[in-house]
Design a protein around this ligand. Structure first.
Ligand SMILES: [Zn+2]
Length: 170
């Protein structure tokens, strides 16, 4: 018989078993308070870990795309630009920092993004896998997470690639 510790709860977006806490969540990125708290701890760890800091923009894309939240204008915008960044970094070799600039440019010319129906399977990798990775593996864990999330959204790859193709690399 399998049982679940009483103090864990499943994140509705990524499916991770996270602490069942009361706490803040993001205004439009989805997930529950426990997942958001786990994400916050990872961000804090990046301040003291240059290898993690270098890939944190990619982790932001993975977290935001995996936590699409409920249908809405800002949610749609968030998912589109973070997926475009995942596409540029993972498929076209852009650096995570170039991905940030791509997002800024996409948001500056926001055409009004349609809601993309989220995947029923959010992928097997979550923020917990990155948070639990040892220091020398955390950067590759972020990349594995980003790849998993990008693959989960495969139904929309063609549309996202088309959007990503409109961004100039500079
Ligand atoms: Zn989550």
């Amino acid at each position: 018989m399998t049982s679940r510790p009483a103090d864990l709860v499943r994140c509705p977006d990524c499916g991770a078993l996270v602490p069942d806490v009361d706490g803040p969540t993001h205004a439009y990125i989805g997930g529950n308070a426990g997942c958001w708290a786990t994400w916050g701890e990872l961000q804090a760890r990046a301040y003291a870990d240059p290898a993690l800091a270098a890939v944190m923009p990619l982790a932001v894309d993975a977290y935001a795309a995996q936590h699409h939240g409920a249908e809405g204008r800002r949610q749609a915008q968030s998912v589109w630009v973070h997926l475009a960044s995942l596409c540029l970094v993972l498929e076209r070799g852009w650096t995570p920092r170039e991905g940030i600039r791509a997002k800024q440019r996409l948001l500056a010319h926001d055409p009004g993004f349609d809601w993309l129906s989220p995947p029923s399977d959010p992928g097997q990798v979550t923020v917990l896998d990155v948070a639990g990775a040892p220091a020398d593996e955390v950067a590759s864990a972020v990349r594995a997470w980003a790849t998993s999330v990008w693959e989960a959204w495969s139904a929309h790859h063609a549309a996202v690639r088309a959007l990503a193709g409109t961004v100039e690399r500079r």
